[in-house]
Ligand binder design. Structure first.
Ligand SMILES: [Zn+2]
Ligand SMILES: [Zn+2]
Length: 288
């Protein structure tokens, strides 16, 4: 096995994903707007407490974002196989491991899955995160979960604070930074526009990230990965589709039986009532 095609090792490798670039700009914009315009609006000692909480969250956010983006969750067997250093070890892996990746053309761990975006097998594959442009697997899942929780906390803090302070600024027509009465109307409205854009971005991010955190709590309780959840959802959809097809076939059969009945003039024809009832039940359950 020797493949010379592109293989991603971490999220900082090019090509970058458009969502990844968007997240960088959005994060810089929101945090700058919050730091420059919102934090100074608070009075002492509130400003000290808020600043300490915000700096801790921001530090954790940058640290975890770097760790998740820079981590390499590649299946170690594929790395070893590429080096081809120890033929005995490789032979052992070939015999022991039941799974074989036809794209990497080597044995892999049972929990590994080939990611087409990264062109590599990821051990304990959960999903490929476009926001950090990296695979999330067993090796970086804990950091990823901690990262999204911190992202959620910092966005809740910024959303609530921007909404509260922004409303007060509009109502009082005053701001510590621009000072409506001092600097004039134009700069004040420009500042308000920047704050409103940050509020929209932070609100959308809070909704999205909260849903994501709850989803990961849910799958963690169930003891499954995102990939396994998607697979089970797809299987359920297929099952529902099969049941739907089955019920439609039964309905068609019933129609043709009714026609035969009328055509032949049989009054005590044993119509399959049960199957008609089943059809209704199946149809209802499939649409839920
Ligand atoms: Zn592979
Ligand atoms: Zn990937």
């Amino acid at each position: 096995m020797k493949s010379n095609t592109f293989q991603r090792k971490h999220g900082f490798q090019r090509p970058f994903h458009s969502l990844q670039i968007f997240s960088w700009f959005s994060c810089i914009y929101n945090n700058l707007t919050y730091t420059i315009f919102i934090i100074p609006e608070h009075s002492y000692p509130e400003i000290i407490i808020l600043s300490v909480i915000y700096i801790i969250l921001l530090f954790l956010l940058i640290l975890l974002w770097y760790k998740v983006s820079r981590s390499d969750p590649t299946d170690p067997i594929t790395i070893l196989y590429k080096k081809e250093s120890d033929q005995v070890i490789l032979q052992d892996y070939e015999e022991k491991n039941e799974r074989h990746c036809s794209i990497c053309n080597c044995p892999v761990y049972k929990t590994s899955k080939h990611c087409m975006r990264c062109s590599r097998c990821t051990i304990g594959f959960d999903h490929h995160c476009k926001w950090v442009n990296n695979c999330i697997g067993v090796q970086n899942y804990k950091e990823f979960f901690a990262f999204i929780v911190v992202v959620q906390f910092i966005h809740i803090l910024m959303t609530v604070d921007i909404a509260f302070i922004g409303t007060q600024m509009i109502l009082n027509e005053n701001s510590v930074v621009s000072g409506y009465k001092k600097a004039g109307e134009k700069f004040f409205y420009f500042e308000e526009a920047l704050i409103m854009i940050a509020l929209v971005l932070c609100t959308l991010a809070t909704i999205f990230i909260t849903k994501l955190v709850f989803f990961h709590v849910y799958i963690s309780i169930k003891g499954i990965t995102t990939y396994q959840y998607i697979l089970s959802t797809m299987k359920n959809v297929e099952k529902e589709k099969d049941l739907d097809d089955l019920s439609e076939n039964r309905l068609m059969k019933n129609d043709s039986m009714e026609k035969n009945k009328k055509c032949c003039g049989i009054n005590n024809f044993n119509a399959p009532e049960n199957s008609l009832n089943q059809t209704v039940v199946v149809k209802n359950s499939a649409s839920v």
